[in-house]
Design a binder for this molecule. Structure first.
Ligand code: TXA
Ligand code: MG
Length: 343
């Protein structure tokens, strides 16, 4: 059992965090998306520690974070022209590019794949730490495997306190959902995970291929998508519908049904509908037309519902455009195993 240090963000914290990373220790840090759990990406043993601390399956590869464009060359075999253009357009920022892996990157980082995922985060703390460490840093989201990703240092400590050397506390992550993972080893490139950079934004630069559930080969390319994720401990049911009104009516019906059976329900609601559910635990995710606010609150909300002590949580579906695609992807995973009809 390690005693995990919480380091308030300042020059001293960055120097200490960088020193710990260079010494093979695990350090969590904020990015613009979620907190990452970092280890020196060139140190296979340190990277193995990430999988142990998170309880992460060994075949689920990690994203390598860089603090400068110059660091990418040593990590990959080649950088196709499109990847160069996307880096210029979206870095630093929430776009992860899957490229061919170089021999400098230990196999354990990529879960045995021939590729490596790389991104440059857009957060002052992350960039300062990466630049001070002067090594590329492998970092998955800093949660116990399967739990919602952490958007505050408190979330990190709740999951990993005692298992990692330190967390640099940089407050709340502004975006709140993870980066978009784009495989640029195929042509046209394929979005393996929707995230902070939207399909609409990427489409301005390139046509995009699609992944289907049946496509076994692509599941192999996107191992993280096979695992359960983001689930609160309380059963979560995602309720979809043609309109806000229809969703609210469906949830209201289900709450009444629950109450008749002596069960307690809570709701993750849009601002527009929040007043409609009566005197039960409600958390407002934001306006359905403001996906930025919703994404910033999403993972905190998925953790908070467990404090309600209810039997089931209903969550309103959100429009699946822009950032809404990433939000709905996470909500579907959080509700996985429940088809939205049972609860
Ligand atoms: O915003 C983010 O991406 C955050 C912050 C910390 O940067 N990181 C993050 O990492 O979400 P993680 O490990 O929780 O999710 C990484 C995703 C997984 O779905 C994983 O399977 C996929 O990226 N991935 C990583 N390397 C890959 C590769 N070589 N090929 C295909 N998918 C890969
Ligand atoms: Mg994760």
């Amino acid at each position: 059992m390690t005693c995990t240090m919480r380091l308030a963000y300042d020059a001293e914290a960055i120097a200490l965090g960088a020193k710990l990373l260079r010494a093979g220790k695990l350090v969590a840090f904020p990015t613009e998306t979620v907190y990452g759990l970092g280890a020196n990406a060139l140190d296979g043993q340190a990277v193995e520690g990430i999988f142990v601390a998170k309880g992460r399956p060994a075949d689920n590869p990690l994203i390598v974070h860089v603090g400068s464009l110059g660091q990418v060359d040593a990590l990959v075999d080649t950088i196709p022209p499109l990847a160069h253009r996307l880096m210029r357009a979206f870095w630093p920022g929430p776009l992860t590019l899957v490229l061919g892996r170089s021999h400098a990157v230990p196999c354990v980082v990529s879960g045995g794949l021939e590729t490596v995922a790389v991104r440059m985060p857009d957060h002052p703390v992350a960039l300062a730490l990466l630049r001070a460490a002067r090594v590329p840093v492998a970092a998955p989201s800093a949660n116990v495997s399967g739990r919602p990703s952490p958007t505050t240092a408190d979330h990190v400590l709740a999951d990993l306190g005692g298992r990692i050397a330190a967390v640099v506390d940089g407050g709340h992550c502004p975006l709140g959902v993870e980066s978009t993972v784009l495989d640029v080893t195929q042509c046209p490139p394929v979005i393996l995970r929707p995230g902070g950079v939207t399909l609409e934004q990427l489409s301005e630069y390139t046509p995009l291929g699609t992944v289907t559930d049946q496509d076994h080969a692509s599941l192999r390319r996107s191992p993280g998508q096979r695992y359960g994720h983001y689930s609160p401990r309380t059963p979560l049911v995602l309720v979809e519908g043609e309109s806000r009104q229809e969703i609210a009516e469906e949830i209201t019906k289900r709450i009444t049904r629950c109450q008749r059976r002596g069960l307690r329900a809570g709701v993750l609601a849009t601002q527009e509908n929040a007043q409609r559910y009566g005197d039960i635990p409600i958390l407002v995710l934001g306006s359905y037309s403001d996906s930025q606010i919703v994404s910033a609150r999403l993972f905190g909300a998925l953790r908070q519902v467990d404090e309600w002590g209810v039997d089931v949580v209903y969550c309103e579906a959100l429009p699946e455009v822009g950032l809404g695609r990433a939000i709905m992807d996470r909500l579907r995973r959080a509700a996985a195993g429940r088809d939205g009809k049972g609860g």
